[in-house]
Ligand binder design. Sequence first.
Ligand code: NAD
Ligand code: GLY
Length: 357
Amino acid sequence: MTTTLNVSLGARSYPIFIGTGLLADPACYRPYVAGRQVMIVTNETVAPLYLGAVAGALDGLRVETLVLPDGEVYKTQAVLERIYEALLGARFSRDCTLVALGGGVIGDMAGFAAACYQRGVAFIQVPTTLLAQVDSSVGGKTGINHPLGKNMIGAFHQPRAVIADTATLNTLPDRELCAGLAEVIKYGLIRDPAFFDWLDTHLDALRARDPAALAEAIRRSCENKSEVVAADELESGERALLNLGHTFGHAIETGAGYGNWLHGEAVGVGMCMAADLSARLGWLDPADLRRTRDLIARAGLPTAPPPELSAERLLDLMAVDKKVLEGRLRLVLLRGIGAAVVTDQFDPAHLRATLGG
Ligand code: NAD
Ligand code: GLY
């Protein structure tokens, strides 16, 4: 069964298809391909698994493929250049379509290339990791890393469609599945307490890759994300809540060296830190802090940062966050499970204590 959700953005609205066997289904792609030129951008891990099925679904169009190296460490300006080179080398025009086939790294990079190539061309997200299916493929945030900061160079550019084939998760390594669960738990924590309760009950089924549980988790995550994006596409308010744990997490990812900690792992620790600080401020009940930490640990995620990252170093890295305004660090914190807020109203001493300093 295919579930179809809609990201409601006026003329730029688009569907999210969730189901099995969608990768090879031409009907999922054809209405969203702009012209006749299609560039599938993927990586060397995903290509042998799924490139054939996607290319088959696009049969009859002029399909070029670009297979990039795999890893967060390649989410760079230099690798982005390779996408432009491939597009220009193939003489692709403004009515071409990019298809991003892979996890969040490929989606963010191919999406950014689509945002910039000839000032913006069409693109379709075909996410193949849990993290990408529940978060990064939806909402139009695209970009690359800079050596000084994670995701610091980018653009908002919405896809024409998101095709989430849940069967692709069968080949995903366990560690990557767990990383995706961090972003799933995030929706429960920020705005959907009933979903948090559901996750508490179904976490073992999710870890065991129960298809029905996974499909439900993806559906509810995408529903939450679409609602937030529809209300605040460019992050002037509510969308910042989706960054729960990310200010801490990005500091860990950058500090540990891109690729050493998975994004979802760093976000898992970041959510524990946000919950810890919220409890220190008296905003989050100690029992809810415990519940939060327990669920994140049960998801197979770390709950503390690497010991070599001092409070001082983390604070330094956090100062580069996109939520910093006029030099003031703003954080997403919890007033309860399902009730996140963005605030700069916290005692720096409490923050330092949370960071272990
Ligand atoms: P990833 O793209 O690196 O994929 C994880 C690993 O799984 C890679 O080695 C990949 O090749 C492999 N893989 C992908 N699909 C597979 C499959 N079906 N079977 C086997 N292996 C597979 O990592 P990710 O966790 O998907 O994404 C993380 C990235 O997403 C980060 O760069 C993060 O900043 C970004 N992100 C963006 C947003 C957004 O809104 N744009 C949101 C969250 C995260
Ligand atoms: N992943 C955060 C956002 O899309 O806004």
